[in-house]
Write a protein that binds this ligand. Structure first.
Ligand code: AMP
Ligand code: GLY
Length: 424
């Protein structure tokens, strides 16, 4: 069969790499892709927001399955466009992708269906939000632009003054654009964060392995929030007791709630959880694989991903048992110095050929491009260096060793990915 993947990040490279292992797959296309993806997939010069053109491409080229990697097109309704043209596509329709597309929606859903999450209020009016903040006696408080904001629309405010300024930035100045038309004000929670990716077929849910993200740019969780600077799977903090609680109180109830609302969810739900003293709570839902979570979860998955995705589309996920290798997988993101703020592009990347010799270390491309026959940097997050090991220490050591093989001007990475200061 022919598969089309929509997106251009490390997540989409990991998806293409995993699809390429399926004996069912003859050819992979990726729109728009990047320099690494184009080594295993044919690049299609269409952007992720060209829904009609992408669907026409799929129709004209006999694509059997399209996989949407990114959140923006899912929230924008690309799946509906494909379905209207009679095409098979993996991902939620627009009315279900709202689970990520509107934090106001997802918070209200959790409240209505008793799914544990932080206490909150939603505001559409700046003055009303400020008035509410002035009445609070507990800080920090968390402000969230309700819409999509590249993972950056969340502000943790230590006092009233910064909260009032934050509200002004989100709702008044529209720092995150129309994502700030609505704002969620949320109780600040403390605890370990865990990501759990799941496959969902509208009714049934199957958990992939857990993962742990490193969101901040700097060592020791300092600096700005990013899309993710590293990841580890499984999370050493996701115990079987916590898992059981999440399955009973969070995962299946979310799928049931969406179905009850007439918003049947098919695709991947990524649960962003925080393990508080009062138990696990949902910080956020995403309607797609995480990036870099996909890069640490997919190398551990034993199943043929095509079988699983087809079962999701056809509503027979109950027939599938997911299997994961017992090894630990660590991904270290090599970024352009300055990310997530400003950074330079177009720097030549050296040393990539060394990965051909390695069996349990991979180099997933994110912001890379081909220029005059050379692979150059083309984004903030450039490469995801991913390694498998028998335990955390081995996987971490291999990932850091492999990261040394690659050189480019302005190469920046965190030094503490998968370091748990003796807690592992
Ligand atoms: P979100 O996009 O909602 O996951 O938020 C991004 C990051 O902000 C999360 O990964 C947390 O580190 C932090 N965060 C979000 N909500 C809260 C909260 N209620 N309490 C504490 N930290 C939060
Ligand atoms: N790494 C977090 C995300 O993909 O949203």
């Amino acid at each position: 069969m022919k598969v089309l993947i929509v997106g251009s990040g490390g997540r989409e490279h990991a998806l293409a790499w995993k699809c390429a292992q399926s004996p069912k797959v003859e050819q992979i296309f990726c729109a728009p892709g990047n320099a690494g993806i184009s080594q295993i997939a044919q690049a299609v010069p269409l952007k992720a927001d060209q829904y009609e053109e992408l669907a026409d491409f799929a129709k004209e080229n006999g694509i059997d399955l399209t996989i949407i990697g990114m959140d923006d097109p899912l929230v924008g309704g690309i799946v509906d466009v494909f379905e209207q043209k009679g095409l098979r596509v993996f991902g939620p329709r627009k009315n279900a992708a709202i689970l990520e597309g509107s934090k106001a929606f997802s918070k209200d859903l959790m409240r209505r269906y008793n799914i544990p999450t932080a206490a909150y209020e939603v505001f559409t009016d700046l003055e009303a939000a400020k008035h509410y903040l002035e009445g609070l006696d507990k800080f920090p408080v968390v402000l969230k632009a309700s819409g999509l904001a590249l993972g950056k629309g969340v502000l943790i405010c230590e006092d009233l003054e910064s909260a009032l300024k934050g509200a002004d930035d989100i709702m008044g100045k529209k720092q995150f654009g129309s994502a700030g038309d609505e704002m969620v004000v949320e109780e600040f929670l403390t605890g370990r964060e865990v990501s759990v990716l799941t496959f969902v077929d509208g009714t049934h849910i199957r958990e992939m392995s857990s993962a742990q993200d490193y969101k901040r740019a700097g060592d020791g969780d300092t600096g700005l929030n990013t899309g993710g600077m590293g990841n580890i799977s499984p999370s050493p903090f996701y115990s079987s007791e916590i898992q059981k609680f999440c399955q009973e109180k969070i995962f299946q109830p979310t799928v049931d709630a969406m179905k009850a609302e007439g918003r049947e969810f098919k695709g991947v739900i990524f649960f962003g959880l925080i393990l508080t003293q009062d138990g696990p709570k949902v910080l956020e839902y995403n309607c797609r694989f995480g990036d870099p979570e996909a890069q640490v979860v997919l190398p551990r998955m034993e199943n043929d991903i095509i079988d699983v995705m087809e079962a999701c589309i056809d509503g027979r996920l109950d027939e599938i048992e997911l299997k994961f290798r017992p090894q630990t997988c660590v991904c270290l993101v090599l970024a352009s110095d300055g990310y997530p703020a400003s950074y330079e592009k177009g720097k030549e990347i050296h040393g990539l050929e060394a990965f051909r010799e390695l069996e349990d270390a991979f180099c997933f491309h994110a912001g890379t491009a081909l220029k005059d026959g050379k692979i150059v940097t083309n984004g903030g997050r450039v490469l995801g260096i991913t390694a498998l090991g028998k335990d955390i220490a081995e996987a971490r050591k291999k990932a850091y060793e492999a990261a040394d093989l690659v050189q480019f001007s302005g190469k920046y990475y965190r030094h503490d990915i998968a370091h748990f200061a003796g807690e592992e």
